[in-house]
Design a protein around this ligand. Sequence first.
Ligand SMILES: NC(=O)c1ccc[n+]([C@@H]2O[C@H](COP(=O)([O-])OP(=O)(O)OC[C@H]3O[C@@H](n4cnc5c(N)ncnc54)[C@H](O)[C@@H]3O)[C@@H](O)[C@H]2O)c1
Length: 459
Amino acid sequence: MSLRQFIATRALLKTLSAIKNSILYSWEEAARILGLDEDLYTHPLHRELDRPVRVILIGAGNRGGIYADYATKSPREMRVVGVAEPNGARRRRIAAAHGIPPERCFTDWKQVFEGGPPWADAVIIATPDRLHTAPCLRALELGYDVLLEKPAAPTEAECRQILAAAQASGRIVGVCHVLRYTPYFRELKALIDGGMIGQVISVQHMEPIEHVHMSHSYVRGHWRKSEDTTPIILAKSCHDTDILRWLVGAPAAEVHCYGNLKWFKQANAPEGSTPRCTDGCKVEPECPYSALQIYYRDRKRLYVFDLPADASKWGPLILQGLQTTDYGRCVYRMDNDQPDHLTANILFSNGVTAGFSMEAFVSYEGRRTRIMGSMGDIVGDMESFTLTSFKDGKRRSWSMKTDAHGGGDHRMVKDWVQAVGQRNPALLSSPIEVSVESHLIAYAAEKSRVNRTIETVQM
Ligand SMILES: NC(=O)c1ccc[n+]([C@@H]2O[C@H](COP(=O)([O-])OP(=O)(O)OC[C@H]3O[C@@H](n4cnc5c(N)ncnc54)[C@H](O)[C@@H]3O)[C@@H](O)[C@H]2O)c1
């Protein structure tokens, strides 16, 4: 869709919404009624590429798999031509899905770069948090463009090092701040920038992790110890410091943060509980974090077990996983240290203040955001929002149902592929140059939390 068609379509949909006596269609519904492409959020600079961008996937876990899927969906834009992944099942799955020859399949990221000059256009780095900096620096040195998972790096020094290397090499480094690419946040940003609520005065933003998700990733899972990964404000919430910086439209000046681990610890282990849920735990039937319930009976979050395609074989394999991996351990008897609740206050250089809460103990997911402006306010939950104007008291609503990441994952990959294919970084909303700032807010917040200080943020 061209920019002109895009603007005309939106105007038409808005009229349609208004006519309906303020019973508003979602964009998605309206697009369906009008028989239009549902994806109204395509970047106006997108164009057909001369050839697909050739990428090497480094880290073929959960995120890497999602990004690689884009090549299956859009083979004219992206091809996965190599993979580096120590886990054999994951490596073979990607190789089979993308027809990668054995000589382009590796067990470690370093092997990708041993052959000397680049044999692809770009690399996607979706390795664990502590394994981003080294492959990114090496890729830039050899002349690859990069799509880098967030957090870009565990420390401020490494983050600045990546920025310097990207600038020196002139290569494109996109950071996976997927929220920026969601229709929901794009619409919010457009309304704010269009002055629909006057000047932004303050923001309240909450990230509800959801209690089982918390237990899976930050109590039992890879991200449970900040030393081994990154502090949770980076691992989970650098998306939020990023979205706040983006919506407010000014750099952060100061940050203050409180937060601690209050519930998921030994002192709260119920009487009768056992080291593993499969050890005959007496409270297992009523425990909200029962691994038997989550993984075995409800069959949720099973990607961590690398199960075969044939679901009839899963039962015994899941039970074996619960007896041998961290995912079967009692949530009160882990070696976790990530805070399960945290609040940060941010003062931006334009005087806007933002309050951010990261909460584990909630039954829902989906960021909640309230934006207070001089001429109106916005209240939203990532599926819908309502804008109320102080001028005429009118309320305007927007809604769209999408996947867990608000539909941002593949929209982000598309923008990055287009940026690489067209050699135009302007197509990317989250290049490293911008992303460093959001990371600096998170590093400062963690410093404040640990040292009980108010931290200055300096670019
Ligand atoms: N953008 C987002 O919204 C988002 C969401 C979740 C996670 N993440 C981030 O994405 C990254 C990956 O997370 P994930 O959930 O996919 O984790 P994961 O554990 O599923 O995947 C990481 C993969 O890297 C592989 N790996 C480890 N060492 C390697 C090496 N030396 N060479 C090559 N591969 C190696 C692992 O075997 C694993 O398969 C993390 O940094 C995480 O914080 C981002």
